[in-house]
Write a protein that binds this ligand. Sequence first.
Ligand code: EPZ
Length: 436
Amino acid sequence: MDKLVIQGRRPLRGSLPVSGSKNAALPLMAAALLADGVTTLQNVPTLRDIKTFAHVLRISGASVKPDPERHHMTIDASRIDFPEAPYELVKKMRASFYMLGALLGRCGQARVSLPGGCAWGPRPVNLHIEGIKALGAEIDLDGGYVVATAPGGRLNGGSYRLEPSSVGATINIALAAATARGGSRIENAAIEPDVVEFCQALEKMGARLNGIGTRTLEIEGVEALRPITFRNSPDRIELGTFMIAAAIAGVPGEPVRLTNANPDHLGADFIDAFRRTGAVCVIGPDYVEVTAPQTLQPVSITTGIYPGFPTDLQAQWTVLLAQAHGSATVTDTVYGDRFNHIPELNRLGARAMVAGNTVEVEGGHVLKGAQVMSTDLRASVSLVLAGMVAEGETHVLRIYHLDRGYERLEEKLANAGIEIERVPYDEFAQPEPHAA
Ligand code: EPZ
């Protein structure tokens, strides 16, 4: 198992390159299953979640060839002869549940493990299931698996209103609807950039969509889709993470440049809140330049579905508030329980208190290095940010969580002045007893 060892309070200088989007690449990989032939994806990040999903696709019969050097991936879906996604893999990565819509859309049948718990919680997929039922699928829940069949081998199409709007359900229903006999409509559809890009790829494959980027997505089913070459967009959550890193660890007056980015995908709420902290951000076509202020202002945020403040940036924002002069709050309206990083941040000396789906942060206290434990992807990166500004040495453990969604993070940060290294460690080694 690996950990990151960080010597805090080194200034962040120079530039940080943004990798391809994880949450846009995953649905693009699922869409490739709909086409009989070889799809090529570009700007695909080398991440654990991408590797896991590539393995899920191979189980169904696809041949997936990543090219980590060029960040390309080819997916040959000429032969999809095992329409299943097993528990061992789906439990590792929730987006594997996209196989339900993809296999139904391609093969007219699917047997896909529920991602965790039951359909209604703790990470519900009820909207995915109800939406696909609305297209005419027959669905059984059998031993933790969703078994879906399109009567006569092809779905009819139908309409469904998502409540709440859901990224995953929008994508899953669209995957199944693309090759249905008739038309389909998704109301209250998600409009995240990841979803818009996925719809644009479906269109390029020959699908017929109307209302891309709006809350009402209409899809006219077609017989078959063709394989394409498609360039994945940059990761908006990594961009936001790097902007926060520059605001807290940059040298006041010295801009840090975040490159290979798409600033349009951040959403107005995040940029507005970011600027209200006093950090200066200059937005270019494919970069953002951030200049840290002398003192950070405390700015409370509330997450929301796009274009609201992304829930995937709330843990990182909490670290910024810990550095600000004053108190502020972070409220997550998308997930009510996404605060596992708070006890670990408090181990570093932060003063953060959770009440319901809000955390109150009293900023301005000096953080001191410690051993801290990652609990999930975005919690993990918030601990790295905190270690960058804490006095002394911080060990961030269980960074397999981090590797799910951040490519070569320690390399990128080390190239920008941060003293950080990846070190293997034995989680179960007993501490040596003190010599008597
Ligand atoms: C996507 O998850 C992202 N994952 C998440 O990023 C992100 O946090 C989330 O969208 C919200 O933006 C990927 O794109 C792979 P949802 P998803 O369905 O699709 C409720 C990361 O860190 N809901 O939009 O699973 C759900 O409980 C990950 O990269 C139902 O009630 O999120 C939540 O409250 C973490 N029933 C809300 O909808 C359902 O059937 C939004 O969830 C599905 C969802």
